[in-house]
Design a protein around this ligand. Sequence first.
Ligand code: NAD
Length: 336
Amino acid sequence: MHTITLIPGDGIGPEIVSAAQKVIKATGVQIEWEHHEVGIPAIEKYKDPLPKHVLESIQRNKILYKGPITTPVGTGFRSINVALRKEFDLYVNFRPVKSFEGIQSLWHNVDLIIFRENTEEFYTGIEHYIDAQKSAAEAIGIVTRFSCDRIFRYAFEYARKHGRKKVTIVHKANILKYTGGLFLEVGQQISKEYPEIETDDKIVDNFSMQLVMNPHQFDVIVTTNMFGDIISDLCAGLVGGLGMAPGANIGKDIAMFEAVHGSAPDIAGKNIANPSAIILASAMMLRYLGELDAAIKIENAVAKTIREGTHVTRDINPKNGVNTNEMTKAIINNFL
Ligand code: NAD
């Protein structure tokens, strides 16, 4: 039995998380969920977007499974997602990007791993207007040797353990000479300890173009916080969209599993969201928990459902798309 903190989130969150819970239940793995609310509903109930009892639950259980959470644009409370990563020092954002047979997409046979530094730089929220007239605003992006060191070590260790051939450091060290420069310098230094892995680096703008032109030239990507956020969505677009992209946020002894996508307010409440990303994130979580058979079962069932193409949501099959519940049922029926 595993006890896991569950935050369904908002927008499409509750729909896709409840779909994923059904899939997890069907694997037979016993989970006790500690269900909590954050963000807008938590402000209404507790006058706090990230209440203390939620943080205590995560600290106790060490595992968080989370749906997307809306962050107000320009005003209002700061991102709960960023706050959770910071609070629990979840310094690795691990985002695998894989093609699925049966999806109409720009590219096929893509198999990339993005490692995004998850705690520093421009996402720490150190920013302000310089005066009451808002005549200018400034943000501070801090990059430390400590954080560069640990994200590169994690990525290179992963590459070594999983037989990955190449690591590409993505940066903007030509312009951000100190912050980008430090990130690149540490990455290059650590790469010397992994001589069997080819290491190169690319400036982020050129990298983005090369990624769209030919993603097969890349393997493992390590980058800073903001570039990692943008590159993740770009990569999802290469293999069929955000509905297919799962992610893990990993710290020393706490981990959080979620989809790459957000709360998709444009399709919320319609039972049409693709549940694959959050279901694949649950497989990542089960792997982390040592439930390998269940994780493989889920991954194979998602792949089979998409390959068959008859019970997939409309983002995958615009002509004959089924709804979220029907796709979820098909995934469970495809358990071997
Ligand atoms: P989004 O990822 O929510 O949606 C982008 C586009 O992708 C939309 O057209 C949406 O309909 C589509 N999409 C996303 N997930 C889908 C799915 N599962 N199936 C089918 N289509 C899907 O990005 P956004 O609209 O820029 O952001 C909405 C909100 O989500 C914002 O408040 C943002 O801050 C938040 N957000 C949260 C997280 C998170 O919780 N980790 C991540 C990204 C964005």
